[in-house]
Design a protein around this ligand. Structure first.
Ligand SMILES: Cc1cc2nc3c(=O)[nH]c(=O)nc-3n(C[C@H](O)[C@H](O)[C@H](O)COP(=O)(O)OP(=O)(O)OC[C@H]3O[C@@H](n4cnc5c(N)ncnc54)[C@H](O)[C@@H]3O)c2cc1C
Length: 440
């Protein structure tokens, strides 16, 4: 019995800095009208869906159709912080404990290779997406340097990755805030305009034969005599294979798939152009996040604005409320910015599984899944797109490396309460540690 999707094409896209800067109109062929056939139908036009579609057409698969309820990059992929770095939402130690060194290393390496392949795709397809090759800094909010030392050791010993130590004086030279102590620098990471990149890879895939239908929510999915039938409000696709890639925006097509993720909101705002003031707060163009559980993340934009993100909640908030919360956070780090105007603020939904790892693989006959990338998804969605595309096109079995991270119920609605409480608890522990250090 199919269930019907809640996805509609009536929800307006948010007023993000990324969207405001776009100069071109929609992608693809417009909304799907009438019946069509496809070898593969990808549902969801975020990074997971677009990377899978690109991977398929790059491998010569013909008749690939992508359905997106709104616009390419409407979800998390077109509104995120723009950090492109290795790793998953699940931390490296937990991965190691569960999988052992060799398997954990394979998965982690998939994400660092994905960072490299994003770089190559930007070059190959000449995607204009404000790539800023300045690395990422993990700044220590606390005086105790052990958290940095142990992560640096772990990454080097088990994952073969070297992050550079930034002593407090060095860090303060680069990031003009009294807030931080020392830090680690991830030199191979970069940051970019995620919406331009999503549209860039979608355009590259269209040039290789992909058909995109924006404003085409899949509202039902049925198996009928060995083929999948996907209906939208104005059309139908008959496909041999389907890939579900709907992130935190829940496809509404299969109950166990939606039940396995918690959509969790996080917030972003962007200042007015700061002109020379950007150099007063940052002498680096690196992106920065900090060592708290509920960390701030921010990066300087090419037009001298500061993009600032942070907080996690089960609630999406109004732009005014996002701005109020994040402004306070920003002033704790950069009191120099008091009075600066905020020009954009928005929320976005991440999809979290209870195990904090992506759910990637085949879940039924010719039915594939790539979801639950959490707050660390730019590189992992690229990795997932490669795994799913090569599995469908070439029978590649590498996706089985993710077999430990299947469709575990997210225990909704209790899961939302649990997630919010553990976020508050972790925030409280960080605040207590901070207070103790300041008094000590
Ligand atoms: C505010 C924010 C900041 C973040 N910052 C970073 C960062 O700096 N670095 C990083 O690595 N990660 C970051 N992340 C996480 C990262 O953006 C996500 O993990 C990643 O983009 C998930 O991609 P996705 O394709 O799975 O989902 P999404 O990008 O959410 O795409 C899902 C798409 O499916 C569509 N859809 C849903 N249902 C249907 C249907 N029935 N029919 C058709 N289409 C449908 C939706 O409209 C949506 O466009 C951030 C996330 C957020 C929200």
């Amino acid at each position: 019995m199919p269930i019907r999707s809640q996805a509609t094409n009536a929800t307006p896209a948010p007023d993000t800095y990324y969207r405001a800067g776009l100069t071109t109109a929609g992608l693809g062929q417009g909304a799907l009208v009438g019946r069509t056939q496809a070898r593969v139908c990808v549902i969801g036009g975020g990074f997971a869906g677009v990377n899978t579609a690109l991977g398929l057409v790059e491998r010569g698969v013909e008749d690939v159709v992508l359905l997106e309820a709104h616009e390419i990059g409407f979800g998390a992929s077109g509104r995120n912080g723009g950090f492109v770095f290795g790793g998953f939402s699940r931390d490296e130690q937990a991965l190691l404990n569960q999988l052992g060194t060799a398997r954990a290393r394979t998965l982690y390496a998939g994400t660092t290779q994905a960072v490299e392949s994003i770089r190559q795709r930007i070059d190959r397809h000449a995607i204009d997406c404000d790539r800023t090759e300045a690395g990422v800094i993990w700044a220590n909010w606390f005086r105790d340097p052990e958290v940095l030392r142990s992560r640096k050791r772990l990454l080097s010993k088990h994952y073969g990755v070297d992050w550079q130590w930034l002593a407090q004086a060095q860090l303060r030279e680069q990031v003009r805030s009294e807030r931080y102590h020392d830090g680690l620098f991830e030199p191979k990471a970069f940051h970019f305009h995620p919406l331009k990149y999503a549209r860039g890879i979608a355009t590259a895939a269209c040039a290789l034969g992909l058909t995109i239908h924006e404003h085409s929510p899949a509202v039902s999915l049925q198996r009928d005599r060995g083929v999948w039938r996907i209906t939208t409000p104005t059309g139908e696709v008959e496909a041999e294979t389907v890939v579900l890639a709907c992130g935190g925006y829940l496809a509404g097509l299969r109950r166990p798939v939606d039940a396995a993720v918690l959509p969790i909101a996080t917030y972003v705002m962007v200042t007015e152009p700061l002109g020379a003031r950007i150099d007063e707060i940052m002498q680096t163009r690196a992106a920065v996040y900090d060592t708290r559980f509920a960390f701030d993340y921010y990066r300087p934009l090419p037009d001298t604005r500061l993009l600032w993100g942070g907080r996690i909640s089960v609630l999406q908030r109004s732009p005014e409320s996002v701005e109020r919360l994040l402004y306070r956070d920003m002033l704790k780090v950069f009191p120099q910015l008091r009075g600066v105007h905020i020009e954009h603020a928005w929320s976005g939904l991440m999809s979290y599984a209870r195990h904090q790892m992506p759910q990637i693989g085949r879940i039924d006959d010719e039915l594939w899944l790539a979801q639950a990338f959490g707050g660390h998804g730019v590189a992992p969605t690229t990795y997932a797109g490669d795994l799913v595309a090569s599995a469908i096109a070439e029978g590649d079995e590498r996706w089985r490396e993710f077999a430990d991270y299947g469709l575990v119920s997210a225990l909704k609605p209790a899961g939302f309460v649990g997630a919010q409480l553990s976020y508050w608890w972790a925030g409280l522990k960080d605040a207590c540690k901070d207070l103790a250090e300041r008094q000590g």
